[in-house]
Each structure stands twice: as C-alpha cells, then as structure tokens.
Design a protein around this ligand. Structure first.
Ligand SMILES: *Cc1c(COP(=O)(O)O)cnc(C)c1O
Length: 404
C-alpha cells in the first residue's frame, strides 16, 4: 500500500506553487522529481567525501571509491545482473545506446540488418541509423498497429540470419505500451541476433531481471527514477562487453599506455573513461534504495489505479482521444482534443499549475503513424493523486471553453 501523504512529503518540489497555483506534475515520463533523501545525499557527498575515485591512496579517495562501487553492487542486485562488472555507469540512456551502437560498427558488414521498432524514442533510432550509414547495414523497422502495439507476426517475418541486433524499448515513452520483450528476445536469439532493451520508461515502474529476460544489453537513465540527471546504467552480458571495443579513450580505462601500444583495463573500467559523475552514481543508488523501500509492487499497483482513473475521467471530455490503448500499458496517457492544438492546451493549463508534455515526445515516427503533429501526454508517478487528475480534467475543460 502507498501512504500518499507520507510520500508527497518526501518531495519538496510538490508543495511548490507554480504560476500562483499548486503544482500538478504530470511530466514524469520526461523526468521524475527527487525526494529529500536524494537531494541530501548529493549535498552530503560534496560536504563529506568528495574526491576522485580509483586513483588516490588517501582516505577520501577510498571513501568515494567505496561508495561508488557499493552503488554499482546495489544496482547489480536491483536488476539481477550476474556480475557487478556487467553494470556500467553512463550519463544516461542515450549514452548507453550510443556506446553499444558504436561498438557494433566493428561487427557489421553491408547487407547485415539492424532492427528497431516503430515505437522507439529518437535516441533508440538515430544511433542505429548512424551505425547503418557507417557500415552499410540496413535499418529494418518492426511495425505497430492502431492501438500502439508492435505487430509480432511481422517481427517474426522480418527476423533472419541477417539480423545482427534487435533494439526495442521495454515500455514506450509516448504511448505507455509495455512490449512483450521476453518473447521478442527469445525470437531474436533463435536467429543469432543480440538484443538491446531500452528500459528508460520501464525502470520507474518495475524491477527488471536481466538474467530472467536474457537480454544482451539493458539501458536506462537515473533521472527518470528519482535520481540525478547525467546518470545512467548500461547493463551488458560479460561476453558482449568483452567483445565490444571501448567507446572513449582516456584515463581510468587503460591497463598500460605507451606510445606504441595501449592495453585496456578490465570490465567495467574499459568503458568508463575519464572522471565520471561520481556523486551522481552514488546517489543513483540512494534513489533505488528509496524506491525499493516503497516497493515496486506497491508502485505498480497504485500507478495502475491512477491510469484507470485518469483514462476514465479524461474520456468524459468531449472530443478527447487517447492514443495508445493496449491492455498492457503503464501510467502514460497520450491524447488530443478535437479542433485544438496540443500546444495551446498545454500553455493554458500551465497557467493553472499543471505540467504535461506536448509535442512528439521524441518519437516522431509514432506521430506520423497516427498522422498527427503531436499529443498532450500526462504521465503519472507514485506521488501523484486522483485529485490532481481531477484538476487536470477541470483545466482541460476550461482550456476547451477558451479555445473553441
Ligand atoms: C527518456 C528516454 C530516452 C532518453 O533518455 P535520456 O535520459 O535523455 O538519455 C530513451 N528512451 C526512452 C524510452 C526514454 O523514455
């Protein structure tokens, strides 16, 4: 069970006024708000143990290194990775995907295929397009249907020995659809393709088990799970991370350097060149502890309640249409209101203190599929309430009156 009063008290920003009105924050799929423990942990790091890691013999450096490595272990446990060196710190989902896409340029030849889905965020499309341009491989797209699900029969038809990697999101940021990734991973492995899962929208709502999924790579961002911006995780199976070439060269990723030859450090350091976001990496662990204390079963159950309530209330509004109506979805509602541009509604309800996303949500191909310029997107987190949804409905009706 969620104790909503207690939880809301953990998030200082939620009691703010915006434009003179109580903030209703429904842009959680873009970034989450941060609880006080996370804010404090960031400050305490700089107050108490700030030092560079993995380098010094001095006490602070060791304290910082220990805290950073403890956080890695925590995240390993959280996602159930087999080894802690399969857990790489990154600056976010985008960084993780680019690291893998860049590495695959050494494996691909013209005629090979890279498969993405119609539901992807731009950051899980563009790096693969760049890879295809570089290698002569072909980008193949798994199509979607009207309710925002991937068409699995087409997926199976498109898979072949030419497919070298399939890269798909666990949950769509624009529509909330939960993709059947376990099944998709199995099918890809049957033709010998690797699979990268973009888990950016999944980790706020569930605890992924990378061994159970048997994915080759799983990436996510810290800032969408109550952690700091500029943090993220790339999980990769040991055998893949050993095969992939390093992404960036620099300090910390080497074993020995001479002008004739450099040898690379062991995992995970091979992929962690330079001084990382040390505070961020440590505090990401704090954020994950915070969420685990609430419990992901509790989070998922409560958010599902918000999704059902929100869907029902929003559909009472005349002319409102929801995009993405799969039975398998998280607490994301993408919608339009007939005859009004999403941006105009977004602007008016912002004046009423309500934050939603308007636009294409970094997923233009989905908007093209529906032949719309964009949607309004209300994405709910475990700290939102039904009263806030009521406020959203009232605000949209007000905007509707003003604009029609
Ligand atoms: C947010 C998001 C990304 C990009 O994450 P960054 O933190 O901007 O790197 C990628 N994919 C999905 C599904 C997302 O929701």
């Amino acid at each position: 069970m969620i104790n909503i009063q207690k939880i809301r008290a953990d998030f200082p920003i939620l009691s703010q006024k915006v434009n003179g009105k109580s903030l209703v924050y429904f842009d959680n799929a873009a970034t989450s708000q941060k609880p006080q423990v996370v804010i404090d942990a960031e400050a305490n790091y700089y107050k108490e143990i700030n030092a560079n890691i993995h380098r010094g013999v001095h006490t602070l450096s060791q304290l910082a290194t220990d805290a950073y490595e403890r956080s890695r272990l925590k995240i390993q446990q959280h996602i159930n990775a087999k080894f802690s060196h399969e857990v790489l710190f990154t600056s976010g989902t985008t960084h993780g995907i680019n690291l893998v896409a860049n590495g695959f340029s050494s494996f691909l030849k013209p005629g090979d295929e890279v498969m993405v889905s119609a539901l992807e965020h731009h950051s899980n499309i563009v790096p693969w397009q760049m890879l295809c341009e570089k290698t002569g491989a072909k980008l193949v797209v798994i199509p979607m249907n009207e309710i925002g699900e991937l068409i699995l029969s087409e997926y199976e038809r498109l898979l072949s020995e030419k497919t070298k990697i399939v890269t798909v999101n666990h949950i769509s940021n624009a529509l909330g659809t939960i993709n059947p990734i376990k099944l998709m991973i199995n099918k890809a492995h049957k033709v010998g393709a690797a699979v990268l899962i973009d888990g950016a929208q999944a980790v706020p709502h569930l605890k992924p088990d990378v061994q159970e999924l048997n994915c080759d790579f799983y990436v996510f961002s810290g800032h969408k799970i109550c952690g700091p911006t500029g943090t993220g995780i790339l999980y990769g199976k040991e055998e893949w991370l050993n095969k992939l070439p390093p992404y960036q060269g620099g300090g910390e990723m080497i074993a020995t350097v001479t002008f004739e030859k450099t040898t690379y450090a062991e995992l995970p350091h091979k992929f962690e060149a330079g001084t990382p976001n040390i505070a961020g990496g440590i505090v990401l662990g704090t954020a994950i502890d915070y969420l685990n204390e609430i419990g992901f079963e509790n989070i998922a159950a409560y958010e599902h309640e918000l999704l059902e309530y929100g869907t029902k209330q929003l559909l009472e509004i005349e002319g409102l249409k929801i995009y993405g109506t799969s039975s398998q979805k998280t607490s994301v509602i993408s919608f339009t209101v007939e005859g009004i541009h999403p941006y105009d509604i977004g602007t008016i309800i912002d004046k009423l203190g309500i934050a939603v996303r308007t636009g294409h949500h970094c997923a233009q191909p989905i908007m093209d599929f529906y032949q719309i310029p964009g949607t309004l997107r209300a994405s709910f987190a475990f700290y939102n309430t039904k009263e806030e949804i009521d406020a959203l409905v009232v605000a949209i009706k007000k905007a509707q009156q003003m604009l029609t």
